[in-house]
Design a protein around this ligand. Structure first.
Ligand code: SF4
Ligand code: SF4
Length: 171
């Protein structure tokens, strides 16, 4: 036997009250869970650092010994960030202006001798625009090696659906 319209609307209201109460209860439960075991999604940068996986497009580094001064890297650069300079013994060598670089990696890909590579890090602080020009020896320093010798704790970060961001210490 079907109920009247009034009876139906009362039972629907009761149902919606129950589902509302359930949602509130779940929200409170989640709050208690996060209070007891917080899902940390921030870390104490720069004391704690994340190191990205291989293939990450960080700073460009030059291996001067491999460079033949062909200028292809400077010619392909879409942002005019790479320019050629005359180095010692009149050799042509690239220099990079990080103020312009968009980390596209074209220069790395086009280099016929693999003299350019991406580092895995690209976070640093520049006090003035001039220090963003990497020329000569400065362009050959691999920031990854600096990072690995510093007093910084390095983590690999992965996402876990239940635990949030999970930090696996590397060093
Ligand atoms: S990564 Fe791209 S923008 Fe940066 S220097 Fe190389 S080619 Fe130019
Ligand atoms: S493309 Fe490679 S070899 Fe040619 S100038 Fe650039 S870094 Fe040197």
């Amino acid at each position: 036997m079907t109920g009247t319209y009034a009876e139906k609307s009362v039972s629907e209201r009761n149902l919606s009250l129950v589902s509302k109460a359930k949602k509130h209860f779940n929200a409170i439960l989640l709050w208690v869970k996060l209070l007891v075991r917080p899902l940390r999604i921030t870390y104490r940068y720069p004391l704690v650092k994340e190191i990205p996986d291989e293939g990450y497009r960080g700073f460009i580094v030059l291996d001067d010994g491999k460079c033949i001064g062909c200028s292809l890297c400077a010619r392909i650069c879409p942002a005019s960030a790479m320019k050629m300079f005359q180095a010692q013994e009149k050799k042509l060598r690239p220099a990079i202006n990080l103020e312009r670089c968009v980390f596209c990696g074209y220069c790395v890909d086009v280099c016929p001798t693999n003299a350019l590579k991406h580092a895995r890090t690209h976070d640093t602080v520049f006090e003035e625009g001039e220090s963003m020009l990497y020329i000569g020896d400065k362009f050959t320093v691999d920031p990854d090696s600096q990072l690995l010798t510093g007093r910084v704790r390095i983590y690999r970060v992965r996402v876990d659906e239940r635990r949030g961001l999970v930090y696996e210490p590397i060093r």
